[in-house]
Design a protein around this ligand. Structure first.
Ligand code: CP
Length: 320
């Protein structure tokens, strides 16, 4: 594996989930694989889970790890070509990425969207330039449009906790006070759509009118604005807020109550409730669910290690 940016970088979902679960059962079995190899993790935005789980995964494989908080500790980056750098930017991504590639065997990058310029965000210009200029395999730690390590984690977690061959999985929009990216729901939808196409589950997306995701990510999904209809017989409910794609980055007022709580849980097939975290309690998701028996959020966060480890393992195996 030379790149882990989207579900398109994985041939077979069943195989990668099985490999991740085998790693979970025996985390130190490949501790020699990464010996004398350096992983560089570059963050342009905050992180708790992605940062710590990816470091732990690399250490389980015997790798060394360097972390760069580029937003706080790095030079201000220029990403445009053909501009005279006489403003606030100090270093061009061409040099910055190339230099980091000299120090590291594998790089990870987190770069959130602007939520102002749809075209620039959805072209993944910064991420693609980083991949092109660094010259080493790159794992996405969340880009403008996708969060593949989270989505792989979510599929691992659903596989572990499902009680039937083909569970009903619902992605349910939730309220928030801020405009959040579409990266997590886009990515979840993209992975679940592929899992549905492979016969692994049935997938529904529920969101208020105006919050529809880009259709590229929801191919084959049942899409509804009726949360109650979506929740009926659900086995897993994946709760997440996102801002509007159509009116890019907008947050519309929503009159109906979309926060998942125990009352809504009664509509489901005793569904397990998931969220990528961080979560705003009693705004996005009720405390009664988060603290109750149906919540998978901590188990889900724990599985971030095995998603990162299977991806790093595959990249290490493909290094020359
Ligand atoms: N879910 C997730 O990516 O968490 P962090 O933003 O804390 O890494």
């Amino acid at each position: 594996m030379k790149k882990f940016f989207s579900v398109a970088d994985v041939d077979n979902l069943k195989d990668i989930v099985a490999e991740a679960l085998a790693i979970k059962a025996n985390p130190n079995a490949q501790e020699e694989l990464g010996k004398h190899k350096m992983l560089g993790l570059v963050f342009l935005n905050p992180s708790l889970r992605t940062r710590l789980s990816t470091q732990k995964a690399a250490m389980n494989l015997g790798m060394n790890v360097m972390v760069m908080n580029m937003d706080k500790d790095g030079w201000a980056l220029e990403t445009r070509d053909g501009v005279v750098m006489d403003g606030t930017t100090v270093e061009h991504i061409r040099e910055a990425a190339a230099v980091m590639g000299e120090y590291c065997d594998i790089l990870g990058l987190r770069s959130f969207p602007t939520l102002k310029d749809k075209e620039a965000d959805y072209s993944e210009d910064l991420f693609n330039k980083f991949i092109n200029y660094c010259g080493v395999p790159v794992v996405s730690l969340e880009s403008a449009t996708r969060h593949p390590l989270q989505s792989l984690t979510d599929l691992i977690t659903i596989t572990e906790y499902k009680k039937k061959e083909k569970p009903k999985v619902v992605l349910a929009w939730a309220p928030h006070v801020k405009a959040l990216p579409q990266a997590v729901p886009n990515s979840f939808a993209e992975w679940m759509s592929k899992a549905q196409a492979e016969g692994l589950l049935d997938f529904t997306v529920a969101q208020p009118a105006g919050y529809e995701l880009h259709e590229d990510f929801t191919q084959g999904a049942h899409i509804t604005t009726d949360l109650q209809e979506a929740l009926k017989d659900a086995d897993f409910v994946y709760v997440k807020n996102w801002s509007s794609f159509k009116e890019y980055g907008a947050v519309y007022p929503v009159n109906e109550n979309w926060m998942m709580d125990n009352e809504k849980l009664k509509l489901t097939n005793d569904a397990k409730v998931m969220h990528c975290l961080p979560v705003r309690r009693d705004l996005e998701l009720s405390s009664e669910i988060l603290d109750g028996p149906n919540s998978l959020v901590i188990k889900e966060a724990s599985n971030r290690v095995w998603a990162a480890q299977v991806v790093l393992k595959r990249m290490l195996e493909d290094l020359k």
